[in-house]
Write a protein that binds this ligand. Structure first.
Ligand SMILES: CC(C)(COP(=O)(O)OP(=O)(O)OC[C@H]1O[C@@H](n2cnc3c(N)ncnc32)[C@H](O)[C@@H]1OP(=O)(O)O)[C@@H](O)C(=O)NCCC(=O)NCCS
Length: 150
């Protein structure tokens, strides 16, 4: 399984996948980042992608913040390609980035998303506070933190 760095040519395809991968989530239509944002992400953040048969089927993204180290903003795999190890590989390659290794990293996750939670724990993220009403009422998010490794 090959995980690649994302480039400018990839941003429209990534944005298209982002628009559909969350649709089975409650309020999932609100989760996608726009094309303009993805253009910035591929140029200015750390974005790794997985291709299956030439098509982008999974993406992981982290960006640096002013006060809190890196934010692991997103990891997603196309519905039909889940459970093949891509999510784990994407996180491995993302978190292996030397800049990410040398800084703390945080994320927020739906506390009911047990698949993602288990993966994040595997990569050294520790649970912090559950923020109630993070987006809307009944949409809590769990904050997770990972210490710098180097
Ligand atoms: C979370 C996600 C990225 C994982 O990607 P994936 O490619 O399916 O994950 P992997 O195949 O690498 O599996 C990693 C672990 O996840 C768990 N897992 C994977 N598919 C699962 C499923 N259908 N049900 C339960 N656990 C599952 C397993 O514990 C697996 O570990 P194992 O190999 O020891 O069994 C993917 O499910 C996804 O895109 N979900 C929607 C987007 C999302 O929720 N992202 C995180 C939001 S913060």
């Amino acid at each position: 399984m090959t995980i690649e760095k994302a480039h400018r040519k990839d941003y429209l395809e990534i944005a298209a996948l982002d628009r559909i991968v969350w649709l089975d989530y409650p309020n999932g239509e609100n989760i996608a980042d726009g094309e303009h944002t993805w253009r910035h992400w591929v140029e200015d953040a750390i974005v790794r992608l997985w291709r299956q048969d030439g098509r982008i089927a999974g993406v992981a993204l982290a960006f640096p913040t002013i006060a809190r180290g890196f934010c692991l903003h997103k990891v997603f795999v196309e519905q039909s390609a889940r459970g093949q190890g891509a999510g784990r590989q994407l996180l491995q390659r993302l978190l292996d980035d030397p800049q990410l290794k040398s800084a703390p990293c945080y994320l927020t996750v739906n506390p009911a998303n047990h698949t993602a939670l288990a993966l994040y724990r595997e990569f050294g993220f520790e649970a912090g506070e559950v923020v109630q009403g993070y987006y809307r009422q009944n949409e809590p998010r769990l904050e997770m933190w990972r210490k710098a490794k180097t």
